[in-house]
Design a protein around this ligand. Structure first.
Ligand code: FAD
Length: 280
């Protein structure tokens, strides 16, 4: 394997329990040793994790000492909520934000926020805070699950980038070609922001299958069949998953991907196994 000089970042989700939070912080300490460009922490659309996201971001940034980016979503939050969060982050020295529309959890009803799409949130952040924040947005190489079609989704991505995004992180995928095709189409549309592949390590087949159905990530048949065959043999799943994801990441980096963003699910091992393989 060649050593990647490309930057790496790691994503966490805020937990509900003290034990879960302690695991997150332990994983973050391990991953901090890889000198990541940044950590990020997800946000429950509608504000369900507002305080937990804020506290986790500040702890990772100030105690673990890795620059940390909060995710911020606009469905279900008022402009006043968003303004106040932006102000708290700014005053705490946070410099990067992942700006999203978000998905309201089932049971929270229809979106009630004043901003409907991520491009409006990006415009809002720029209007409120100028160039203070580096803004990341989401990208969908396999198209967003609610998109009417690929072309409209691409147009919507381009609009979001032009609204003032500095960089994008993709939904995860298991097929490098969809990433290369997406980047090519975005470049042809005249948008040149970095598009960083979001990488989901493979550790548990049933959870992965459920999650992938919901977010529109296709698990290729040969990967599904192989994972099904392993059943409950978690060591074999982890070994196979590490090989498959390492190979894909190597292809992505060789093909010009400007970095990798790992969805850690608050666990260091699986992301680290892939990243260390790539480092050689
Ligand atoms: P948008 O870019 O607004 O797109 C949503 C849909 O609307 C797409 O189908 C798009 O084609 C369409 N669209 C976009 N703009 C317009 C427009 N102006 N007019 C008409 N149609 C439009 N979710 C969370 O709740 N919390 C998180 O922390 C979180 N983190 C994420 C991190 C990453 C890297 C990624 C890839 C996803 C994350 N998500 C998170 C999931 C994300 O919120 C969902 O995928 C959500 O459904 C779309 O968010 P978006 O910002 O991509 O939306």
């Amino acid at each position: 394997m060649t050593s990647p000089s490309a930057p790496v970042s790691f994503e966490f989700f805020p937990t509900k329990t003290d034990a879960g939070h302690a695991k997150l912080i332990a994983a973050a300490h391990v991953l901090a040793g890889e000198n990541p460009e940044f950590f990020s922490v997800t946000y429950g659309a509608g504000g369900s994790t507002r305080d937990r996201t804020l506290n986790t971001v500040l702890q990772l940034d100030q105690e673990v000492k890795v620059p940390t980016a909060p995710h911020l979503s606009c469905v279900g939050d008022s402009k006043e909520d968003l303004r106040s969060l932006l102000q708290q982050y700014r005053e705490s020295g946070i410099q990067r934000i992942v700006a999203l529309r978000g998905d309201l959890p089932s049971g929270m009803g229809q979106a009630s926020g004043e901003l409907r799409y991520a491009n409006e949130l990006v415009e809002f952040i720029r209007a409120e805070t100028g160039d203070h924040f580096t803004i990341e947005v989401a990208a969908y190489p396999e198209a967003h699950p609610q998109a009417r079609n690929y072309e409209q989704d691409l147009t919507n991505f381009v609009r979001k980038a032009r609204a003032g995004a500095d960089s994008a992180i993709t939904q995860y995928f298991f097929n490098a070609d969809c990433y290369f095709h997406f980047v090519e189409r975005v470049r042809k549309a005249g948008v040149d922001i970095p598009i960083i592949p979001g990488i989901m390590p493979i550790t548990n087949y049933s959870k992965l299958a459920r999650f992938s159905d919901a977010c529109g990530a296709e698990i290729p048949r040969w990967i599904r069949k192989q994972l099904e065959a392993y059943g409950d043999d978690s060591d074999s799943i982890a070994a196979f998953g590490t090989d498959v994801i390492t190979d894909m990441c190597q292809r992505l980096l060789d093909g010009g991907a400007p970095g990798l963003h790992f969805y850690t699910l608050n666990q260091a091992e699986a992301s680290l196994a892939v990243w260390r393989n790539l480092r050689g």
